[in-house]
Design a binder for this molecule. Structure first.
Ligand code: NAP
Length: 304
């Protein structure tokens, strides 16, 4: 058996087309252009590339995009002032502060300062808490939301299936488990979460009908650890030195793709699987935030 190779680029394009339509509708019906502000502190080359791509996506889909770059020696107080200005700016509906931040700035304080209604990364403790209590109208982190969209749009609805998540980070593993557990669309799964202290990881991962891996270590999941016919979603992105490639490295996931694709029903490649979805979901979250904020303004106007 050979697995269906899931094309994350195609699904991301489909989702972005839907976001573009939604942006046009909001503009036509309410005169609102969703606005995304990205904040980069310092000159980390990888972060510059990520932020640049997010802003390009935003412009391509008709969003208003504002890219703010601050010096590497920016203080926490200065960054907090900027966040407050963006919170109060009616043209901005989504705020993304690119992580990691320089060591003089406490990430948790900055994430906490972002208006939860504009928290398009879904990292504010209020949104994290609401997601873990099963709330549906919550801004949830982009990467796990991307995984849910992949599953739904490839005919692998997690409802009623046993999903095993490998990794318990705040960025991926935990919100992934919360989304899968939630009642309704994309949820209703039976969920097991495993991590570096899970003994005999293979005995747990072999239970999975849907296996989602977010570890950050190549070949964490080998063929013997996968149940034949499982759906395997590889979130990991790892750089392996490769002198034969132009860049001197190549990207691989956490799953031994060549061997696992022999027995899985479906599998995401790296690159070209989950990665493109994360950016698409950021655009989707910005549209959701703008729509919700517009509804809040209408409600205030109606009752005022
Ligand atoms: P992280 O914060 O380092 O968390 C890694 C998790 O994996 C931890 O929970 C850790 O367990 C667990 N782990 C480590 N070694 C393990 C092992 N041998 N067996 C089982 N579990 C193990 O990483 P992250 O932020 O979640 O990211 C994970 C990967 O996804 C990275 O490669 C990252 O680059 C990638 N990623 C990709 C996207 C995308 O858009 N494609 C987005 C975000 C992240 P403990 O908690 O016990 O330490």
């Amino acid at each position: 058996m050979s697995a269906q190779i899931i094309d994350g680029n195609r699904i991301a394009r489909e989702l972005k087309d839907e976001v573009k339509d939604g942006v046009q509708r909001l503009r036509a019906e309410r005169g609102i252009v969703p606005g995304l502000a990205t904040v980069l502190v310092g000159e980390d080359p990888a972060s510059q590339v990520y932020v640049g791509m997010k802003n390009r996506d935003a412009r391509d889909l008709g969003l208003h995009s504002r890219q703010i770059t601050l010096a590497a020696d920016t203080t926490e107080a200065e960054l907090l002032v900027l966040v407050q200005q963006l919170n109060a700016d009616p043209a901005i509906h989504g705020i993304l502060v690119q992580l990691p931040l320089p060591p003089q700035i406490d990430e948790a304080s900055v994430l906490m300062a972002i208006d939860p209604a504009k928290d398009v990364d879904g990292f504010h403790p209020l949104n994290v808490g609401r997601l873990s209590t099963g709330a549906e109208d919550v801004l949830a982190p982009c990467t796990p939301r991307g995984v849910i969209e992949i599953l739904l749009r490839t005919g692998h609805d997690p409802a009623g299936r046993h999903c095993v998540v490998v990794g318990r980070s705040n960025l991926v593993g935990r919100p992934m488990a919360s989304l899968l557990l939630r009642k309704g669309r994309g949820g209703d799964a039976t969920v097991t979460v495993s991590h570096s202290r899970t003994p005999n990881l293979g005995t747990v991962t072999r239970l999975a009908e849907i296996l989602i891996v977010a570890v950050g270590r190549p070949r964490t999941i080998t063929r013997d650890m996968v149940r034949p016919g499982a759906v395997v979603i590889d979130v990991g992105v790892n750089r392996l030195e490769d002198p034969s490639s132009e860049k001197g490295f190549r990207l691989v996931g956490d799953v031994a793709f060549d061997e696992v694709s022999q027995i899985a029903a479906a599998i995401t490649p790296v690159p070209g699987g989950v990665g493109p979805m994360t950016r698409a979901l950021l655009m989707s979250n910005t549209l959701i935030a703008a729509t919700a904020l517009a509804a809040r303004v209408s409600h205030t106007e109606a009752s005022g």
